[in-house]
Design a protein around this ligand. Structure first.
Ligand SMILES: O=C(O)CCC(=O)C(=O)O
Ligand SMILES: [Fe+2]
Length: 357
């Protein structure tokens, strides 16, 4: 039987955050209205009238990824939209389907099982952690999302610490995705006059990777809550696998517009993060996005955050500035940037001000 919760009291935070029931626990307990802790101020709510349905981010066939025309469409999309989808990327459909299936299996586990991965119980909180919202200790209003965050440092570490129910499928998914990530970074960096990504450059580009498993329960009042509030990612790039529900919106080219990212079976959504914007001195754009929860159905998404190593120093590349271009961003230690992001609620594109000159 689902645990019951008194929705009129601050027991909500205790039930959702501390006891690890998550938003899913709230919904499973029969809740039919969004509690006040989830009601966003009017200015932060999603405004459906700002959606431009005829616009869409580019969809790129990745088969011939190093063909100059394909490379050009990737770098153009990264400069113009900061977002694109790739198909025929080489991650087998079976690996993708298995990955999505185990994410559902994990969130369907009894809370007693999932609770083992809360920060205070986790065998290693940096490697595996179950949480809810975005940065629940720093937020006044919570987001309608539960998640697991997993560090992918090595197969061995993953095999030791990741939850058994997802481990094999998730490691396989990471191994296949890593090949795509290296190809993508190769194409994106080549255009910035970087000939090859050697071991030294891997460190500030992809020295640490995180796989997140996001679960957005159905939401009785999606118009007042946020699945994920407006933000840009603090990654180098993000590779996102989403299910068939939809709800991810990207800031459009025209001022004050939003564009839906339609689910495409087997596709991966790629977006440029703040780190690549900084490294490219603004040539590639890290674009704001947000997630609107669904009234009738739960949704899952699975982002891989390709991040610099935490002690890497990030700044515009010498190759980008070699023709005398002025640096727009300063050098920052990645862990400082990352911690700043999580020290506050989602706030659109404001995190990057931290690195602006
Ligand atoms: O769920 C999604 O589609 C996107 C999630 C997201 O933006 C994030 O986790 O940074
Ligand atoms: Fe994001």
């Amino acid at each position: 039987m689902s645990p019951t919760v008194n929705t009129n009291s601050s027991n909500i935070i205790d039930f959702v955050v501390k006891q690890g029931n998550g938003v899913k626990g709230l919904v499973d307990s029969g809740l039919e209205v969004v509690p006040k802790q989830y009601i966003q101020p009017v200015e932060a709510r999603f405004d459906a009238s700002k959606v431009v349905p005829e616009e869409s981010i580019p969809i790129i066939d990745f088969t011939n990824w190093d063909d100059p025309d394909v490379a050009e469409s990737i770098t153009n999309a990264a400069s113009k939209w900061g977002f694109f989808q790739i198909v025929n990327h080489g991650v087998p459909l079976k690996v993708i389907e298995d990955m999505k299936a185990v994410v559902h299996s994990f969130f369907e586990l009894p809370v007693e099982e999932k609770r083992k991965y809360l920060k205070e119980n986790s065998p290693s909180e940096t490697v595996v952690r179950l949480a809810t919202s975005f940065s629940s200790e720093a937020e006044a209003i919570l987001e309608w999302k539960d998640f697991v965050t997993l560090r992918y440092a090595s197969e061995d570490e993953a095999n030791t610490f990741w939850p058994p129910i997802i481990k094999n499928q998730a490691v396989e998914y990471m191994k296949k995705s890593e090949v795509v990530i290296k190809k993508l970074l190769g194409v994106l960096l080549k255009k910035l006059n970087v000939k090859e990504i050697n071991k030294k450059l891997e460190y500030p580009l992809m020295g640490s990777m995180r796989l997140n498993l996001n679960y957005y329960p159905r939401c009785p009042n999606p118009e007042v809550a946020a699945g994920v509030g407006r933000h840009s990612d603090v990654s180098t790039i993000t590779v996102l696998l989403q299910d068939e529900i939809g709800g991810l919106y990207v800031r459009g080219i025209e001022n004050d517009t939003w564009v839906h990212v339609p689910p495409i079976d087997g596709a991966l959504v790629i977006n440029i993060g703040d780190v690549l914007e900084i490294i490219s001195n603004g040539r590639y754009k890290s674009i704001e996005h947000q997630v609107v929860a669904n009234r009738n159905k739960s949704r899952i998404s699975i982002p891989i955050f390709v991040n610099p190593a935490s002690d890497a120093v990030i700044g515009p590349l010498p190759q980008v500035l070699e023709n005398g271009e002025e640096a727009k961003y300063k050098q920052v230690v990645y862990s400082d940037y990352f911690e700043y992001f999580f020290s506050k609620a989602h706030d659109g594109k404001k995190t990057i001000d931290y690195a602006m000159i």
